[in-house]
Unconditional design. Structure first.
Length: 599
């Protein structure tokens, strides 16, 4: 049976592609021949060829926005919300085959005579506000916002989503919108300020859950969200609430660590680039007092990098205990840096200060008249004192020894061990493109930078080079093997190339989401090769971000040509590997369809 699948979501970006791919594969498993038409913002709309429409036995429209279906008069048509297609495409197709009806001339305005998706009645419509935030504030923040928007629209509930991305808060919620909302959804992988939601019903989850299970997230929020107010508005109290979901969602040490890393990253990037700029005047130019090179090194290495570990520790503690945790966390973080315990010591100090402040907030009871002294006097004093003493007499020296041993190992590491480390870090960077594994590898590199020393800069070079490989390789494949990519994919490939040059691994996410079983392994292979080559060539990178544009800074990379060679080899591996294994595409402009094997 020939079918035409039409997908459209309100923003016309990620969900449109994800649903199209899922339905196409499900149709192929049923033995059908699918053609796909995606209504995307990436290109002007080009409708399916009338000859194909004539040969189609069934039209399936998975849409959550207005789509003109009048051209299918006389054909069997089924329409349902796109949010129902993503979780179970097989069931969506079965329902379409069973419930599709012939579209009569009289009903040609826009919608077929099918049973529409269940939507909330006017009386049961609930106003929803949401906030999305991921550690880097790039891809997952906005994809989760889009998924929640289309899911709420499909269910008939109005929603406003604020994104707390890398450029700050966008679509910021107004006090009036928060006041009118029935429920607040916090789809955040980091800690965000919740004080403005006090008294509202709040449901906390992750960006991943909001992206992959958006319908379920909306429904759970409406059914199970709990009021947030008073002590409950603090993360410490939320963490004590019910396990799965509740007012806080599932929380734990990993979320607290990500919060600290998120606040620390801008300081790392600024400090690293300032240090790299000081090398423009020569590797040792900063040693000459009174020069611009010395000033740049003082700002970047002497100030920004010195604040890096205190920021990390302070905001880990903030994630655990809210604002009272910041002061003791930063005290512990500064001591960790001063004692040589570095990044690992900062993590330990952050958790120690956070949980100490949380315990004091929860268990110290004061008369109401002096309760205000607790967050501004007792907790900073008590938690800061305890954290400081433990760092000086218990944690500092052993962790400093570990950091010193790690630095010595990296400095004296043989080529074989260096290659293996580069392969591991490269594969981790390419596994989930901005997810937890990617962040773990990047955080490891940043931690070494805080320790300093010649061995600290090699892993950072391998990490950044490998992180550029997936978007660069996939983008090149979309250009060199055009016949295997639909027009929307080619447009996404151009964007992927630009993001890859800037060291934004998330540029390859649309391809990974559509074809994970092919994209992930080939990207991991390319990243591992790049990381291994970078370490083998003993490349050292002084800046922790910036992509290829860092190479414009003289002396920021010690072996520029070998570094470019490493990136090029890995990118070409991904390019040709994916171009070879990717199924062929046969499409009219503006459509994505599969008619069998590669061509």
């Amino acid at each position: 049976m020939n079918i035409l699948i039409i997908t459209a979501c309100p923003s016309g970006v990620a969900t449109t592609f994800l649903a199209a791919r899922a339905l196409e594969r499900a149709a192929q498993r049923r033995g059908w021949t699918p053609w796909v038409e995606m209504h995307s913002q990436l290109q002007p709309l080009a409708l399916t060829d009338p000859a194909k429409v004539g040969a189609t036995d069934l039209i399936i429209a998975a849409v959550s926005t207005d789509v003109d279906l009048a051209r299918f008069t006389g054909k069997r048509v089924y329409q349902g919300p796109i949010s129902q297609a993503l979780p179970d495409p097989e069931a969506f197709l079965a329902r379409a085959e069973r419930e599709a009806k012939t579209l009569a001339v009289s009903s040609s305005e826009s919608r077929p005579a099918t049973a529409p998706a269940p939507k909330a009645s006017a009386a049961s419509r609930k106003k929803i506000v949401a906030v999305t935030a991921c550690p880097t504030g790039v891809a997952h923040t906005f994809m989760a916002a889009e998924a929640l928007t289309q899911a709420a629209g499909g269910l008939g509930h109005p929603i406003r989503v604020e994104t707390q991305g890398s450029v700050g808060a966008q679509n910021k919620l107004t006090p009036e919108e928060i006041q009118e909302a029935e429920v607040v959804i916090l789809a955040c992988d980091i800690e965000v300020d919740q004080s403005r939601f006090a008294g509202k019903r709040v449901w906390r989850t992750s960006t991943g859950a909001a992206l992959k299970k958006s319908n379920q997230t909306i429904q759970e929020a409406l059914d199970q969200a709990q009021p947030l107010g008073g002590e409950a508005s603090r993360p410490s109290a939320q963490a004590a609430s019910a396990g799965k979901g509740g007012a806080s969602g599932k929380r734990g040490p990993y979320r607290h660590l990500l919060t600290g890393v998120s606040f620390m990253l801008p300081m790392v990037v600024a400090g690293g680039l300032l240090i790299a700029l000081s090398f423009v005047f020569g590797i040792d130019a900063f040693k000459q007092e009174g020069t611009l090179a010395a000033a740049l090194m003082r700002i970047g290495g002497g100030t920004a990098f010195k604040l890096m570990v205190p920021l990390l520790a302070g905001y880990i503690a903030y994630s655990i205990a809210d604002r009272p945790g910041i002061a003791p966390g930063m005290i512990g973080g500064y001591l960790a840096s001063d004692l040589g315990a570095g990044f690992l010591g900062g993590i330990a100090a952050g958790f120690l200060a956070g949980y100490t402040a949380q315990a004091m907030s929860r268990y110290i009871k004061l008369p109401r008249s002096v309760e205000a002294l607790k967050p501004i006097l007792l907790i900073p004093l008590g938690a800061g004192l305890l954290t400081g003493l433990v760092m000086i007499y218990v944690i500092g020296a052993p962790v400093a020894a570990v950091m010193s041993a790690m630095t010595t190992f990296l400095t004296n590491m043989g080529s074989g061990n260096a290659v293996l480390l580069g392969m591991l870090l490269g594969a981790m960077m390419c596994f989930d493109l901005g997810g937890p594994v990617n962040k773990a590898a990047y955080t490891f590199g940043v931690g070494l930078l805080s320790a300093g020393g010649p061995g600290a800069y090699g892993p950072m070079a391998a990490i950044m080079a490998s992180g550029m490989v997936p978007p660069l390789g996939i983008g090149l494949a979309s250009l060199l093997a055009r016949a295997k990519f639909s027009e929307p994919e080619r447009e996404a490939g151009k964007a992927s190339l630009a993001l890859g040059l800037c060291f934004i691994s998330e540029g390859a996410i649309p391809f990974m989401a559509k074809d994970p079983l092919r994209v992930i392994p080939i990207c991991m292979i390319g990243g591992a090769i790049t990381g291994a080559l970078s370490m083998y060539f003993s490349v050292q990178l002084m800046a922790p971000h910036g992509g290829l544009f860092v190479l414009l800074i003289p002396n920021a990379v010690n072996h520029v040509l070998l570094y470019l060679l490493s990136i090029l080899v890995g990118s070409l591996m991904v390019c040709f590997g994916y171009a070879f294994i990717k199924p062929g595409q046969t499409e009219m402009p503006g459509t994505l369809s599969s008619e069998g094997g590669a061509r």
